[in-house]
Design a protein around this ligand. Structure first.
Ligand code: GLA
Length: 721
């Protein structure tokens, strides 16, 4: 029984395979958090302490008792205005203008299966894989009902949280802030690990002390953003990849978010993940409900690798949906860095011809095929094929590509409009804009108001009319600017729901089409989009060395299968760096593999090398996509390594890029992980055999060669003795 309610003590206990989560309705009806961590038995209410807290708030119902304060007790869903002065999960502005919501327990329900959230992506599971707990809390004075949702997936070591807020009163109220989940810790020293960045340099890992006061990060850019990923780890001090307790919070949402971490006056730690309160003030009329997007929680007692594995499995098996959640992804070649806007139909057919020869499955016609778009200043919103530029119809082009035995894919950017477009000239009022003010431009484009159904419908119909012209088997859905001109308090949220509605309709209408997410690279790389688009272009930066860092940061929460990664030309277009074709391929094989260059410009030798790379990727695709991923070192180390190990530990693929060269160089070693320590493994290139324990405890010696950024890829196989 993953969810247990102890009627006497009014304690809810949630058990997963290796973790326990516990909370209690106390005698005053407050829902207090008792514990989250490694599996335990028994009631944890003995942990609560009651000293004189007269200098904090004491609820009125307690009479003169100064020992009870919500400012000191651990809570499940802290609200503003209750005498808890720490960060809060919920801020309600009542109809009289006051900010107060005091939630008391009303009732609960336990059901089989995992709850879903109407209009929002969420973790899904079969009936026998999950249980749901709903705890309803009420604020009688304000007419507010909050239903806290808990989804428990025991085998996956995952607990999800969400909340539904309902106006049960008579008057309109406003939600000023709403978190999906809160975790309170009574004691302990923690680090917080977050993933910051910028366009073309996403998800850099930063680890810092949790100090007294509040630390926060998030997005107000309309998308989850390049600048911070909606994911966070709270790690006990000293936690490493393999040792120590750590907690993850992953927001299943693609818009503005806020994560807050606070160490309070009593050295307790609180962490919250939810919607950003900036630019947000959501009105709820009598009887209306609001769904807070879900947070996926996990805990690992065995360091960061264990936590990452929990999230990788969860995203692969319980977040991604549709055929391509499981199916092998095509190796693709994309026209963007090969030709930018300078292409015609012949260019695409030529890429397809090269693809056929090199073993590549699919060619993508990126930006520039519609309206009169020959640069990035025009035509977004006009989703009509530029047949003049292509020199043929889309249907004819696709037939030619398919005739070569290659699949065809197309780039779209549905949420955008250029002022220089027929759509904008006809509907200038369809963009996000504040009355009386000029809108903010970015990349010379404006954002269509996807919170409005008529706007979404128009674009959906235009895009479907294009996709119906031929056998389009892949779509790259881009989004190349941040939101500005937020004209009211609800549009940031309603916009994201509009995006999800569009995504849902697209994947329902084209169930066999692979949709890859993109947002100027990885600006909307989150679990919300992964529900609809099982792979996302990881970054506009294709430099292999920068990718080591970007993919390293991405790997803490997201599986390799989610990461769009391509080999591009050198000197690299973003950094000017030159790396070998081998290094670029080894790095790109830590993702869904592809190319982003013009093979016609390469030598015969390089093309032969590409053929081999594609074969290698296809050979190890199952291991890379479904195996366990291990970080072996940091991208800043002299050797940056990672590896994949099959579930049965029979196969492993070691990857290392040497990032530093020095004179009179020391030998380089790498310790492998995840192998069967008693088994014997053969390294396939040399035929040498090693004991699993030796490879993991003593390490593997890397060949010494003097090539800048040399990459090594070695496969190991368990052999019978
Ligand atoms: C974004 C994408 C790129 C490419 C361009 C096209 O930057 O991330 O891959 O599609 O848009 O304009």
């Amino acid at each position: 029984m993953p969810i247990i309610f102890d009627e006497n003590k009014r304690i809810f206990t949630l058990h997963t395979r290796h973790t326990t989560y516990q909370m209690q309705v106390d005698k005053y009806g407050y829902l207090l958090h008792l514990y989250y961590g490694a599996s335990i038995a028994g009631s944890m209410d003995y942990l609560l302490t009651y000293a004189d807290r007269g200098f904090s708030g004491n609820p009125y119902v307690l009479g003169g008792d100064r020992t009870y304060s919500l400012d000191a007790l651990p809570q499940e869903y802290p609200t503003l205005g209750t005498g808890d002065y720490r960060c809060y999960g919920l801020d309600i502005k009542n109809s009289d203008g006051s900010h107060c919501c005091s939630l008391h327990y009303s009732h609960y329900e336990i059901v089989r299966g995992k709850y879903s959230l109407q209009g929002l992506p969420a973790v899904w599971a079969r009936e026998d894989e999950a249980e749901t707990l709903r705890i309803t809390l009420k604020d009688a004075a304000g007419g507010i009902e909050v239903c806290l949702l808990y989804g428990v997936l025991p085998k996956a070591d995952i607990i999800t949280r969400s909340a539904i807020i309902k106006n049960t009163g008579e008057a309109r109220m406003k939600i000023e802030k709403a978190a999906g989940a809160c975790l309170d810790f009574l004691f302990g020293d923690f680090d917080v690990i977050k993933f910051y960045g910028r366009h073309a340099m996403e998800r850099t890992v930063e680890r810092m002390d949790v100090c007294h006061g509040k630390m926060s990060f998030g997005s107000t850019r309309g998308a989850s953003s390049h600048q911070f990923n909606p994911a966070v780890i709270l790690a006990e001090k000293g936690t490493t990849e393999d040792l120590g307790g750590c907690y993850g919070m992953l927001f299943v949402y693609s818009g503005n978010f806020l994560c807050e971490v606070q160490r309070d006056q009593f050295d307790q730690t609180r962490i919250l993940m939810g919607l950003n309160s900036d630019l947000f003030s959501y009105p709820l009329e009598k009887g209306e409900e609001f769904r807070v997007p879900e947070v996926i929680l996990s805990y690992s007692k065995e360091g960061l690798t264990g936590l990452s594995h929990n999230y990788h499995h969860c995203i692969r098996d319980h977040v991604c949906t549709g055929r391509y959640a499981k199916d092998v992804r095509p190796v693709l070649i994309n026209s963007w860095e090969a030709a930018y806007f300078d292409f015609n139909g012949e260019t695409i057919v030529n890429l397809a011809r090269e693809a056929a020869e090199l073993g590549i499955d699919l060619v993508v016609m990126d930006d520039g095929w519609f309206g009169k778009r020959d640069d990035d200043n025009t035509s977004l919103g006009d989703w009509q094929v530029n047949e003049k530029k292509l020199g043929c119809s889309l249907g004819e082009l696709i037939e030619r590509v398919n005739g070569l035995g290659v699949k065809f894919g197309l780039w779209i950017e549905p949420e955008m409009v250029n002022e220089d477009s027929e759509l904008y000239r006809a509907h200038p009022d369809w963009v996000l804009k504040i009355d009386g003010r000029a809108p903010i431009r970015a990349r010379n484009q404006l954002l269509l108001d996807f919170s409005r159904a008529e706007v979404r419908n128009n674009i959906f119909e235009q895009i479907c009319a294009v996709l119906d012209q031929g056998n389009v088997e892949y779509v790259k859905w881009d989004m190349n600017r941040s939101m500005a001109d937020v004209y009211n308090g609800r549009v940031t949220y309603d916009y994201v729901l509009g995006v999800y509605d569009f995504a849902e309709r697209l994947r329902t209408r084209y169930p066999d089409m692979l949709i890859e997410g993109c947002c100027g690279g990885g600006g909307r790389f989150d679990a919300g989009m992964l529900y609809y688009t099982p792979q996302i272009w990881c970054s506009d930066n294709t430099d292999a060395v920068n990718r080591l860092s970007i993919q390293y940061g991405t790997s803490f929460f997201y599986p390799t299968r989610a990461v769009g990664s391509h080999v591009s030309a050198v000197p690299n277009h973003q950094t000017g760096r030159v790396t070998s074709l081998c290094t670029r391929a080894v790095t790109a094989m830590a993702g869904t593999f592809g190319y982003e260059l013009d093979p016609a410009l390469l030598s015969k030798k390089e093309r032969e090398e590409i053929k081999e790379q594609v074969k290698t990727y296809k050979k190890y695709e199952q291991l890379i996509s479904h195996g366990d991923y291990y970080r072996l070192s940091k991208p800043t180390d002299a050797c940056c390594g990672w590896m994949f190990v099959s579930a049965d530990k029979g196969q492993a693929l070691l990857n290392v890029v040497r990032t530093r060269l020095e004179g009179n160089m020391p030998a380089a070693y790498v310790k492998l992980k995840g192998l069967d320590e008693t088994a014997l493994y053969r390294e396939n290139a040399t035929g040498m055999t090693y004991r699993g324990s030796a490879l993991m405890e003593a390490g593997f010696v890397l060949p010494m060669n003097m090539i800048e950024y040399a990459a090594y890829q070695m496969s190991f196989e368990r052999v019978e003795e």
